[in-house]
Design a protein around this ligand. Structure first.
Ligand code: UD1
Length: 338
């Protein structure tokens, strides 16, 4: 069964391609390589023994998208990762984000709407909850006004899919709200490849550990949490990838009573920034150079998932601990810098 994975050369996309191929799906990747490298294909091949099909296409090119679906009319499901994801950049270039993340989504949904039957999985984010009033966060928690154009594209994306599903009974869709993805494949053949200075905590930690960065700035230790630093739900990217396969099977088999559903994907456990640093120090045996600085604007105090719905409905549960995920991130960092 052929599955299109857009953004399949990216961090979460590439790990998902591996899990799909391990489960016997035939994968075709579309990526424009704006934030990924074709070398990732070799990593996927090294792990699975199979080279996925790949086409370098910019999804903003509507004609090329149509042409792709004409040529690959046997695509039965789409997992749509391709999107821009830098929060700060989105504030400076909102139209770029609306074009990259919204226009492309519309083009793909238009193509899927033409098919007799189609399945669609969307990369959303826990950012849609903003600072939720209650922890852990369930899928019923209200969606709060977005803090950035990036966050807005995730909210709007969900609404566009929901509205499309309402009038397109043949389209089965699921939006997955990721908490904080981290780590790399245990083989160290694929992993996160941030361009420039990493904005996310874990790649910044491993780059500091390897000596690429002088020190990590911990953004604030005066939050109302036990150790004063922010709490997040760090989920191992391989666990996250496996959840996509479960979600895809659900929509392909038509097991979803409503043709549009949302799921949280996290571990259900919150970790503070200092706990993440301690995890790094445990698995690497190295002391991490860090200092406490002012809060980063836009950061929320705490976000961790209630994962009951994904556990029960998707039959999926995160398996790996923070230390195991951190070890994979550290092995990957040492491999790519070694
Ligand atoms: C960020 C995005 C979110 C996106 C998610 C994807 C923001 C405000 N939010 O979430 O929209 O969906 O990435 O992974 O950018 N930290 C430090 N020092 C650092 C980097 C981070 O102390 O150098 C802290 C942050 O204050 C935060 C935690 O580490 O408490 C995690 O930060 P980060 O990895 O950037 O993720 P989020 O901010 O949760």
């Amino acid at each position: 069964m052929k599955i299109l994975v857009t953004g399949g050369l990216g961090f979460i996309g590439s790990h998902t391609v591996v899990e799909l191929q391990n489960e016997g799906f035939e994968v075709v990747i579309i990526d424009d390589c704006s934030n990924a490298s074709e070398k990732v294909l070799e990593g996927i091949n090294a792990i699975t023994g199979k080279m996925p099909l790949y086409e370098k296409i910019d999804l903003k090119d509507k004609e090329k998208v149509s042409n792709f679906f004409r040529r690959h009319n046997d695509v039965e499901g789409v997992i749509h990762f391709a999107a821009s994801k830098a929060v700060g950049e989105s504030v400076e270039k909102p139209l770029l984000y609306y074009e990259n993340n919204i226009a492309t989504l519309v083009y793909i949904l238009k193509e899927l709407s033409k098919k007799k039957k189609s399945s669609f999985i969307f990369s959303s984010s826990c950012t849609v909850y903003g600072q939720a009033d209650e922890m852990p966060i369930t899928e019923d928690a209200p969606v709060k006004p977005a803090e950035s154009p990036y966050g807005n594209t995730k909210q709007m994306g969900e609404e566009i899919i929901r509205d499309t599903c309402l009038v397109t009974p043949n389209l089965n869709a699921i939006a997955l709200r990721y908490f904080n993805p981290m780590g790399a494949h245990p083989s160290a053949e694929i992993g996160e490849l941030p361009i420039g200075v990493p904005q996310n905590l874990v790649p910044f930690i491993t780059q500091t550990g390897i000596g690429m960065r002088k020190e990590l700035s911990v953004f604030g230790d005066d939050y109302p949490t036990e150790d004063g630093t922010c709490i997040r739900d760090y989920i191992y990217v391989v666990d996250l990838a496996k959840a996509h396969v479960q979600a895809l099977k659900r929509v392909l088999e038509g097991n979803n009573p409503k043709n549009y559903e949302v799921f949280n994907l996290g571990t259900g456990k919150g970790s503070s920034v200092l706990e993440v640093i301690q995890s790094f120090e445990r698995v690497s045996g190295e002391k991490l150079n860090y200092k406490i600085v002012n809060r980063r604007s836009g950061d929320i105090v705490s976000a961790y998932a209630d994962t009951t719905k994904a556990n029960e409905v998707l039959g999926w549960k995160a398996q790996f601990t923070l230390d195991e995920a951190m070890k994979s991130a550290w092995d990957w960092e040492r491999k790519i810098r070694g």
